[in-house]
Design a protein around this ligand. Structure first.
Ligand code: ATP
Length: 355
């Protein structure tokens, strides 16, 4: 259990600033995800925390003390990598016990700690097996047990589930969260998968091109993205071009149709407007007898209907631009078909003008 501070952490590889002035405070017992596309610098940032990469500039503090001059094995951190990296010639018990033996712990203590760690990750009887006798998911649990058995203050995880199938990923990430809460450890989890990040984190750090774009709780990141990058990287989004009509009343137009947004912040007449598909309700023009619930209505024509399982996505053309509207699947729903004129209804707060 511990706090972590990153102070202007920077890593330069030749001309590339892989991590650029990243500053961050991570609270005791927090589960923090670093989320971003491939190459944004998230693994490099994690590796600098773990001591596998030396910063070009900046500092890493754990409980207020700098650790940048310490090698990985002398830092109070433990890392779980994407590849399980278990020693194939060693039994599971010995894989987990390895770090404890290096610390020269008494034999009975090692045995107790390894067995506790195996139980924690749900592999109580697996000690005598070899890694090849385990599935990928089980091997990754062993890797987690091997990290936890060292009782680090901070657990670092670099895309630990990305080699596993989709269902197993979900199960293991839920299990990881349960274990992290149970042992109350501070955890930093790197992923490029936004669903993974949103579902398990206390807070998410969105990185792009070596820099932090936004830090916030999953709901803040999803519902109030601060930049175009965050808005388009996290979740499915309609990113539309709008024009200011009346700044005082927050009126804009999209493809010639007027609507009201919550706030027009940046100056300039051409605006980038984010509109979440699930915030829109879609109506057939002929079905609308009473007033629609929200003040904004755009007229469009259905272009396509995509069945995605629990959600049906309806792609609608305005004049030059397209808007996706999501509705929950319902076997009795009478969905519109391509070519039909429809009304897209949504509240002003569903529209965010981005910087
Ligand atoms: P991915 O999800 O693909 O692993 P990432 O966000 O973790 O990506 P990093 O691995 O941190 O990204 O890499 C960030 C940038 O730094 C990339 O442009 C990468 O090519 C570069 N980079 C990383 N390690 C080195 C290295 N040892 N030498 C030179 N460049 C490197």
């Amino acid at each position: 259990m511990s706090t972590l501070s990153l102070l202007q952490l920077t890593k330069q590889f030749g001309d590339v600033k892989a991590v650029n002035q990243v500053s961050l405070e991570v609270a005791d017992g927090e589960f923090l995800c670093i989320l971003g596309p491939s190459g944004c610098g998230k693994s490099t940032a994690l590796r600098m925390i773990g001591g596998f990469e030396m910063p070009s500039y900046g500092d890493v503090l754990i409980d207020g003390a700098s650790v940048v001059d310490l090698p990985p094995n002398r830092r109070p951190t433990a890392m779980v990598f994407q590849k399980y990296t278990l020693w194939p010639h060693m039994r599971i018990f010995d894989n987990i016990a390895f770090g404890l033996r290096l610390r020269r712990l008494p034999k009975d203590q090692i045995e107790r700690k390894v067995n506790d760690a195996l139980t924690l990750v749900g592999l109580t009887d697996y000690g005598p097996r070899f890694p090849t006798q385990l599935s990928g998911g089980e091997q990754q649990r062993v890797a987690l047990a091997r990290a936890l058995v060292l009782e680090p203050k901070i657990l670092l995880l670099d895309e630990p589930f990305s080699n596993l199938d989709a269902l197993l990923r979900v199960r293991l990430r839920e299990e990881l969260r349960r274990i992290q809460r149970q042992v109350h450890i501070t955890a930093i989890f790197v992923t490029h998968d936004q669903e993974e990040a949103l579902s398990i984190s206390d807070r998410v750090v969105v990185m792009n091109k070596g820099r932090v774009e936004q830090v916030g709780t999953p709901t803040e990141i999803y519902n109030t993205p601060q930049t175009q990058f965050v808005a388009s990287f996290v979740g499915t989004l309609n990113l539309l071009e709008g024009r200011t009509v009346n700044r005082a009343d927050n009126m804009i137009s999209i493809d010639g149709q007027q609507l009201c947004v919550e706030r027009i912040e940046p100056t300039g007449d051409v605006l980038s407007v984010a509109l979440r598909p699930e915030a829109i309700t879609l109506h057939r023009e002929t079905d609308v007898i009473n007033a629609l619930p929200h003040s904004n209505t755009l007229h469009g024509t259905v272009e396509d209907v995509y069945f995605l399982g629990s959600v049906v996505r309806i792609r609608t053309r305005l004049r030059d631009q397209f808007v996706n509207a999501d509705t929950f699947n319902n076997p009795h729903a009478n969905l519109p078909t391509p070519g039909e004129p429809v009304l897209l209804n949504f509240p002003p707060e569903a529209c965010r003008v981005l910087i």
